[in-house]
Design a protein around this ligand. Sequence first.
Ligand code: GAL
Length: 470
Amino acid sequence: MYKENNKKTFLTIVLFAICSLSIAQKGKIDAIYSGIPWFDNNGKTVSAHGANIVKENGKYYLFGEFKTDTSNTFNGFSCYSSKDLYNWTFERIALPVQKSGVLGSDRVGERPKVMKCPKTGEFIMYIHADDLKYKDQYVGYATSKTINGEYIFRGPVLFEGKPIRKWDMGTFQDSDGSGYIITHSGNLYKLSSDYKSVKEQVVKDMTTHCEAPVIFKKDNTYFWLGSSLTSWERNDNYYFSAPSLKGPWKEHGIFAPKDSLTWNSQSTFVLPIVGSKETTYLFMGDRWAFPRQNSAATYVWQPLMVSSSSISLPDYKPSWKIDITKGTWSPSKMNYTEIENSDIKAIQYSGNWSQDNLSKISQSNSKGDSFSFNFKGTQVGFYSTSKMDGGFAAIEIKNKKGKTVLSSTIDMYCKYTENALRFLSPVLPKGNYIITVSVLGEHGNWYKKDGTGFGSTGDFVTLDKIIIKN
Ligand code: GAL
């Protein structure tokens, strides 16, 4: 669980502060893109990790951890809203850092989950609070009359008069309106009718680990997903199924191809999108990027294949569309002009870039090295290879007056080598721009309590191809 901040440089703070668009987005995002930073209506990175989604009055509300780029201390829980699941409006910090207590500024706050209590009509947010070493685990709750808050923190969710001392936590609302809390190690608690305390423990210590727990239901089958315990590192998540919440729970093993590390993500929620024709099950996963969790941690949202007794994520869909009225999904084709990394007339490299003979990817690990590209259009992005020795890259887009319109950071670390879309800008007013991507000379590392180290071994930034749209 425990990880330590590695490099807190002045640059980190400056980059975090400017990690935003100075102009609002001009057009709409047209699909769900996994593994790239998303930008909200203000041009700021969407920061909502360990999230869940609640639909209310035709809108989707996303709640999650509002991260910083500098440390793991609690920075509030965010709320965003969207009508299409592609474009997100920042509503507010739904539950801010408290002056003191279990959600104070010297604590950890994780995995907020909101449910609407059918009996009272109140919105209840469940949270995991802890000390910085994850030794003071605690499941608490906050309430609000409106979905977007501000939520008032009320204290622990009591079970037999005592707080639930667990870390990773999720929630599940059954079709009969009953609410449940799930925790790591296979514990399931049924809430009382006002959703503010536990009525009974339904499942106890079903398994070891099973962090980032998720339960959802299709027809008469319940599915329970979770991850192994590797801190911010991704692993092959696995699942159980049962005909009733009480069990018997059958273990099925992993649901994404072995060693894909759940397509390099960790589960946090499954949202059934019920439409007039079908139901699509939205798998929501986190691709963490400690310590730059605000700017560089991304989302892996995929359509989960669900049969009556099994689930799977058979392939990775970098971009796909969902019709929320019909409940159907479809792959999305990216129609962009491509510029290969070898096009040195179009791309200006500065510093010690080399081309890998086999993969034909340009790469550098020297701090300050960069590549730049001038373009006319509305959108720019690029593909590159994430790998074991990948590091952080800084991205800057300037308009023709030299004004910075976007600054961002991305992470090129992955435990396996993965070539994919790494960045896609918001839709900008049509014009002339220059994008510059620089090697930050930093990478993520973190440690579990037992001293096991995780993370990258180098600072490499790579480029496969740039893409633009007119
Ligand atoms: C993960 C957990 C995250 C966070 C992290 C800290 O295993 O799922 O929510 O607690 O550890 O190391």
